[in-house]
Design a protein around this ligand. Structure first.
Ligand code: FAD
Length: 287
């Protein structure tokens, strides 16, 4: 079975980044993703950039485009005004998040006139009737959750508030996701939980990020990358590990995969190819 795929990008920070993003879109678009999404900088720092990138992608790439939106550092009116700008640009998919605090701050503090949490944001977006809403989920538990059950109960509240599906934080072993999916089903969640997949471009960076997110790092992955680095074959290992992870998930009935591309398309493309997801050439492009 071939999975449905989707890709996450981030807004570019400079001209070089803009070309890199567009290259990434050109490489991955032929794989016919069900949607692509664009992140919203920590602390709401890329508000205008995210808006411009989703509008441009939507208009020029022909891809269904989702905008991430967070509640950080903004009043309710400001946050909903950004959502309306997305809608005006034709972007009707939102990944609704509470968001991480701005750099230098350790915990989320709601703006006095802002949404207190993600559930409030999702309810307000759902009330508009304008959007398909997706939310974040955490197979290794969000660092702020009291325990896994509390995290899953909160996820249920987010989905019940008007979201259609959840996209997960990345994880390293299929078992982590499968256990989480079972626990969600047991808690009465009947909406789809889509695994977030990180093709590991750079082990040091991925490791640091995983540590910050509270994602369990299996020692075998650490050992494998140490050896691969010594032999100069990190790319081969990254492709093999990611392909095996996706393949194990597909064997267990997972039919959607959401790739964190980090705007670098090659590994994601190679993994998709290995899974049998190949470019779809539109008939009008055949001479
Ligand atoms: P929530 O799920 O609302 O809260 C996080 C956890 O805290 C919950 O799992 C829950 O256990 C607990 N919690 C929070 N409030 C309550 C409450 N009132 N009662 C009980 N428990 C509570 N960050 C960005 O800045 N920009 C992005 O574009 C972005 N994109 C992301 C995309 C995905 C798919 C994912 C998984 C994460 C993304 N993040 C992004 C990171 C995200 O903002 C952080 O993980 C943030 O700390 C939590 O946001 P959330 O909406 O998942 O929070």
């Amino acid at each position: 079975m071939q999975p449905q795929i989707s890709f996450e990008f981030f807004p570019p920070r400079n001209v070089e980044g803009t070309f890199r993003l567009w290259d990434a879109v050109q490489v991955l678009a032929p794989l016919d993703p069900s949607f692509v999404s664009v992140t919203y900088g920590a602390g709401g720092t890329t508000r205008d950039l995210t808006r411009d990138v989703v509008a441009t992608l939507h208009k020029h790439s022909g891809l269904r485009t989702a905008a991430h939106l967070t509640c950080v550092n903004a009043t309710r009116e400001e946050t909903l005004a950004v959502a309306q700008e997305f809608a005006k640009a034709g972007v009707k998919d939102i990944v609704a998040l509470r968001g991480d605090p701005p750099k230098g701050e350790n915990s989320f503090t709601a703006h006095p006139d802002g949404f207190a949490n993600s559930v409030e944001l999702i309810e307000a977006l759902a009330d508009t009737g304008d959007f398909t809403i997706r939310v974040g989920a955490y197979p290794d538990k969000h660092p702020e959750a009291a325990d896994m059950q509390a995290d899953i109960d909160w996820l249920k509240r987010k989905l019940d508030a008007g979201a259609t599906e959840a996209l997960t934080q990345f994880f390293f072993e299929a078992e982590t996701f499968l256990r989480f999916r079972d626990a969600c089903a047991k808690a009465g969640i009947d909406k789809q939980i889509v695994p977030g997949i990180l093709p590991i471009e750079n082990w040091k960076g991925a490791r640091n990020f995983a540590t910050r997110c509270g994602t369990t790092i299996p020692s075998w992955v650490d050992d494998a990358f140490a050896k691969a680095e010594r032999d100069g074959r990190e790319d081969l290992l990254a492709t093999a590990i990611c392909t095996e992870l996706c393949s194990d998930l597909i064997d267990e009935g997972v039919d959607k995969l959401h790739f964190y591309t980090l705007n670098r398309p090659e590994l994601t493309r190679d993994v998709c190819f290995a899974l049998g997801v190949t470019p779809k050439v539109k008939l009008e492009h055949v001479a």
